[in-house]
Design a protein around this ligand. Structure first.
Ligand code: UDP
Length: 346
């Protein structure tokens, strides 16, 4: 359940045992997990869970630039869209992008640009869409981590992976990876993006007050935290390719098995197959088809029944003619008898 922080904020960020309110040490990052290839329609995608942050990143491109006049003939352009869902924070966030969204989009773009080979994509653009589903402090850093994963998942060549993580200060102590409350009530916030190949910094912002020593300690913590997250990034990417490798191995084994089975059967030359096919075709044409047979037998039956009826008609005609003849004879004979009778009476 989300903890609602009352206004004005309670400045306490440590427990009596010296640990932070969520039980972490000062140099301990929040729990982190990530996954790639989570959005089917994107060229590359990632989901990151960093503390209470839940962030999706999707990459499209390199593709045509719209509007066309933004295209650069000598290099590609990178466009980043950082957006917070209305339900991602305690107070309802307006769905329209605000000044903060645009500012964070810009700083994330500037943090990513140095690791991309944009000169390889003239007249093209690469777009990174970042959606904050749940916000818990440090969303710009976690968004950069997610964007880096999504770009790698999209197969876009990069000089190095990048990791975003913040350090800061609360109750006069330097701390790593500030949570939402620490971010709001702390004395300083130093969000940074580390280029993991050479440990250079591609984004550094600063808000609050810190001594030089505290700043140095902050960088030490940032590099430590970035290493932890970088390992998880690599695991996620390797995990995806491991499943692809396992599936590909399975498929090739099945294919080899089927090839073996077919090769074990007696090999048939092309000529043989053609000859056997042709002989089957000839057999088929010689054999009357089943339907034709049935139709023929039906026709024959009809003919026979017709013949039968004709014959029977002939027989009955003959019989009736014979009957008629007989009756005629009896009629002809009858008056003669009468006349005979009459003659006798006369
Ligand atoms: N926040 C908020 N409403 C907003 C913007 C931010 O509640 O409209 C919260 C959110 O949890 C965010 C935190 O304030 O993570 C700190 O915001 P900040 O501007 O410092 O950026 P972030 O630390 O997230 O990069």
């Amino acid at each position: 359940m989300p903890v609602l922080v009352p206004e004005p904020h309670d400045p306490v960020c440590f427990r009596k045992d010296g640990k932070r309110l969520d039980g972490r040490d000062v140099d301990e990052p929040r729990p982190f997990s990530c996954e790639v290839g989570v959005i089917k329609n994107a060229q590359g995608s990632a989901v990151v869970r960093h503390g209470g942050n839940l962030i999706y990143a999707a990459v499209y491109g390199p593709r045509e630039v719209h509007p066309r006049h933004l295209a650069k003939p000598d290099r590609g352009i990178l466009r980043v869209y950082y957006r917070m869902a209305t339900f991602s924070v305690h107070d309802r966030k307006s769905p329209a992008p605000n000044r903060r969204d645009n500012e964070i989009s810009k700083v994330i773009r500037e943090a990513i640009e140095p690791v991309l080979f944009l000169e390889a994509y003239p007249d093209s653009q690469i777009e990174v869409f970042i959606q904050i589903m749940a916000a818990d402090g440090g969303t710009r850093c976690a968004s950069t981590t997610a964007a880096s994963l999504a770009l790698a998942d999209a197969g876009i060549p990069m000089r190095s992976m990048i990791v975003g993580i913040a350090a800061g200060k609360a109750q006069d102590k330097v701390i790593l990876d500030l949570g939402d409350k620490e971010d709001k009530v702390g004395q300083a916030d130093v969000p940074a993006v580390v280029v993991m190949k050479d440990k250079s910094i591609s984004l550094l912002q600063f808000d609050g007050e810190m001594s030089l020593e505290e700043m140095k300690l902050s960088f030490k913590y940032i590099l430590k935290g970035a290493e932890v997250i970088y390992k998880k990034q690599l695991e996620a990417l390797k995990g995806k390719y491991e499943t692809i490798r396992v599936n590909a191995k399975k498929e090739s084994e099945e294919y080899q098995k089927s090839v073996k089975e077919t090769s074990q059967k007696k090999p048939q030359s092309l000529l043989d197959t053609i000859v056997s096919k042709k002989t089957e075709e000839i057999k088929d044409t010689k054999k009357p088809k089943e339907d034709e047979k049935v139709q023929k037998s039906k026709k024959e039956q009809k003919k026979e029944t017709k013949k039968g009826t004709k014959k029977s008609k002939k027989v009955t005609k003959k019989k009736t003619e014979e009957k008629a003849q007989k009756t005629n004879e009896t009629i002809e004979n009858a008056p003669q008898k009468d006349s005979e009778k009459g003659g006798k009476t006369k």
